[in-house]
Design a protein around this ligand. Structure first.
Ligand code: GLU
Length: 458
């Protein structure tokens, strides 16, 4: 049975890079009907905090991911100790006694002799023994080959690598070995992770061999780069999932965007649909550029395909059912929905100033107001209202009525100007769809305010 794991360190909230690892593992497990294990890597970093474990769980649940098993590495130290003893017994780990200063001197000597800085086992043995060794894993100094499910055939000669440190002087184990021990202990069959771990793979393969374990399949997906070609990071503007949630990004859009990265065909549908079509072999092995625009495109497509009934109760509460079909093609963030509702219904909403009216006749706004063809109606409650007389298409009638007074104005300019004055946006739903939903009173108010603003430029 397929068993995969997602192994975040609890050093902060999850970010998009973590989300990608989690999503690809979860999709792979779901495709194969396998198990998805959440492993909390809490032993190898002083920045680990127990409270982040809950945050990680919350972030994953928000993405819509669930897992079959969960454990923290710190709960498995007994197993680590036992397996470490096996490696000691077989001589695959050895104690080292030199100080960090000595190590630094050796390194300098190698570099000045134009040699690669590599730990010298023989030299290491010359240092007198004492009670507080740290431990290294003895690499076999052979070629390690594997067929990476994304990168293809890989080979790494461990002769070029230093024997890695596996246990520090204080007895804590490094990620390299503890990760292997947990993967062996949990019978992980596929390790799917970022290409930044490629260099660990030969070492970890050797460790697994030394423990007499089956070697899992490896799959290393390429790095996420920003638009400058640098690793996508905080500096590129990367945000935590928590921040993205607060900004109004949809988990389904994030899941689809991170699953899409590296594929040449467009994927769609919910998690189950993506899982049924999932194949690691379709992912490119070259690094891919990523920006929030990738999520924005997917997210606006998701909104556009949602009927009012598909919206969450929160979102439903922020928009009139009649308005939704008109604006849903113009939504990226959830906040855009409330904004369109405000534009269409709030008499006090003020379009931001700063419109350039220099190409307009001075009486443009009054002409537009005079051309409003509305009639008074009253609700049974008695409150007088006004509605458009022109039906079903007040927009074209209105623009034409303005053009009768100003035949020299270009129709496009009139349309753009009215859109801007009413919505403060250059784009949005078709005005012929939007205007019938705008109460004429609101239209009049906005034009009056705009008239005053244009007459008294600051
Ligand atoms: N905790 C490690 C990381 O987040 C796990 C790496 C691995 O998947 O082996 O980088």
């Amino acid at each position: 049975m397929v068993r995969v794991r997602f192994a975040p360190s609890p050093t902060g909230r999850l970010h998009l890079g973590n989300a990608r690892t989690a999503v690809l593992n979860a999709l792979f497990a779901a495709h194969h009907g396998g198990a998805f294990v959440l492993r909390i890597d809490d032993t190898d970093d002083a920045r680990c905090r127990p409270e982040y474990v809950q945050d990680i769980q919350q972030d994953l649940r928000w993405l819509g991911l669930s897992w079959d098993e969960e454990f923290a590495q710190s709960a498995n130290v007994e197993t680590h100790r036992m397996l470490f003893q096996t490696l000691k017994d077989s001589g695959r780990v050895y104690p080292c006694f030199e100080t960090p200063e000595q190590l630094a001197i050796w390194r300098e000597q190698q570099l000045s002799a134009h040699l690669p800085p590599r730990y010298d086992r023989v030299k290491g043995k010359s240092v007198p023994e004492h009670d507080h060794p740290y431990w290294r894993f003895a690499l076999s100094e052979k070629e390690i080959q594997w067929n990476d499910l994304i990168q293809g055939p890989m080979v790494c000669d461990t002769r070029h690598l230093s024997d890695p440190v596996v246990m520090r002087q204080d007895g804590t184990m490094s990620y390299l070995l503890s990760s292997v021990m947990d993967d062996v202990d949990r019978r992980i069959t596929h390790i799917i992770r970022g290409a930044d771990h490629l260099t660990n793979t030969a070492i970890q393969t050797e460790m697994m061999q030394a423990l007499g374990a089956n070697i899992p399949f490896w799959a290393h997906f390429p790095l996420m780069l920003d638009q400058n070609g640098d690793k996508y990071s905080k500096r590129s503007g990367a945000k935590s999932l928590q921040e993205l949630k607060e900004e109004g990004w949809l988990p389904s859009a994030i899941v689809q965007a991170v699953a899409q990265l590296g594929l040449s065909h467009q994927i769609s549908g919910d998690f189950a649909h993506m899982a049924s079509h999932f194949s690691l072999s379709e992912y490119s092995k070259s690094n891919g550029k990523f920006s929030m625009q990738d999520i924005a495109i997917i997210q606006s497509r998701l909104w556009a395909n949602m009927a009012y009934e598909d919206l969450s109760p929160d979102v439903q509460a922020s928009i009139d059912p009649g308005l939704w079909p008109v604006v849903r093609n113009n939504i990226v963030l959830a906040g855009d929905i409330a904004r369109w509702q405000q534009i269409c219904t709030d008499p006090h909403w003020v379009a931001p100033d700063g419109m350039d009216g220099s190409s307009l006749p001075q009486d443009f706004c009054t002409t537009a107001i005079n051309a409003l063809n509305t009639r008074a109606i009253s609700k049974q409650s008695g409150e007088p209202l006004r509605e458009w007389v022109w039906q079903p298409d007040p927009w074209h009638h209105w623009v034409n009525a303005i053009m009768l007074v100003h035949p020299n104005l270009k129709k496009g300019l009139v349309a753009r100007t009215l859109r801007m004055m009413l919505t403060a946006r250059t784009g949005g739903p078709k005005m012929e769809d939007l205007l019938p939903l705008l109460p004429p009173k609101i239209v009049q108010c906005r034009l009056e305010r705009m008239h005053d603003a244009l007459l008294s430029p600051s």
